[in-house]
Design a binder for this molecule. Sequence first.
Ligand code: PMP
Length: 384
Amino acid sequence: MIVTDTATHLGAVKPRKAVLAMPEYHPPLAGRTALRLDFNENTFGSSPRVMERLRAVTAEGLSKYPEREPVERIVAKHFGLRAEQVLLTNGVDEAIHLICCAFLEAEDEALIATPSFFMYDVSVQMMSPHLRKVQADATLEFPFERFMAGITERTKLIIVASPNNPTGAVVGREHLLAIAAAAPQAVLMVDEAYYHFDGASVMDDLATVPNLIVARTFSKAYGLANLRIGMLAGNTELLKYVRKVSSPYNVNGAALDCLPVALADEEYVAWYSEQVRVGRERMTDGLRELEVPFFPSHANFVLMNIGPKHKELVQAMRANGVLLRDRSTDPGCDGFVRITIGVEEHVTRGLAALRACLDEIGWTKQEVDESPNQQVGDGVREFE
Ligand code: PMP
């Protein structure tokens, strides 16, 4: 039977104005069969112990609704928190969405720095059109003074990623605490998705900062992006509201089964994080040698300034079996391309392909220096 699609008929049903206005996020997911250095994923794969646990999933287990609380207790213990201070979510993506649902009225303002993770735009604008964005200067460092000046009495939600994506920049603890103190009427969500590749955290400040919420993901260092699991940690009162807007079954049972095993395998996470730290050094040494300008990174990726040939490079790399992410349309990122840092072998392959492809497309540093298309500042080079 062929069901007629009514999508072309103009119906009487309209979504909320906010939904009509909000941006859409379509990451380029299709055909990712080459070496994936485009999405900041773990390039190795999860801990083998997690795979073992996954193989023990039973048909009976699949027939049951997932139970989140016992795993939240385990996670809370791991972080030295009370169970009520932890909410497991369907990745940090969902965590961002839930926070916006819980705290943003349509007339409230939210504050973010740009360039940053695009899901902040999407989730905020689903609730409120008043999204203030503070653009970084040409260094792409966090614009702390201007950010502080962006706080108003209507600011109800502030989201800061540290380390940030796609820049790799971190925001110091003192600055984060100053932001929280300057906006006591707002929730400050610090997105620590890339925590393991830097090591600095404000998790310990949850005890003293009532409006702070920390987000962590298990998609990156733990290698579980496909299981969709992340977490929020924060003040019990605040999390009570976030819990209220979340489905009781937001995290699937396989992810809940695996998370305690993943957390317990500390050796694996320490190993993977070290692979990234060492690999990042190798990558930046290689970029210096190739004269490719880049931004210093505290995460599992490096943002490079390729200039006018950014598209050509991404295409050439794809043809050479390596996927990169073109970040040119991010604000202040014209000509910028991001490369994920993974395990040693993948860094080696990534660097070798870069060397070959830059040569193949006839790239020179001069065209970056002369590139008129910088959206911010006057020529971004390497800032260390
Ligand atoms: N925050 C940042 C800063 C990210 O870069 C990403 C993923 N790219 C996420 C959150 C989303 O993570 P998750 O897979 O947990 O939804």
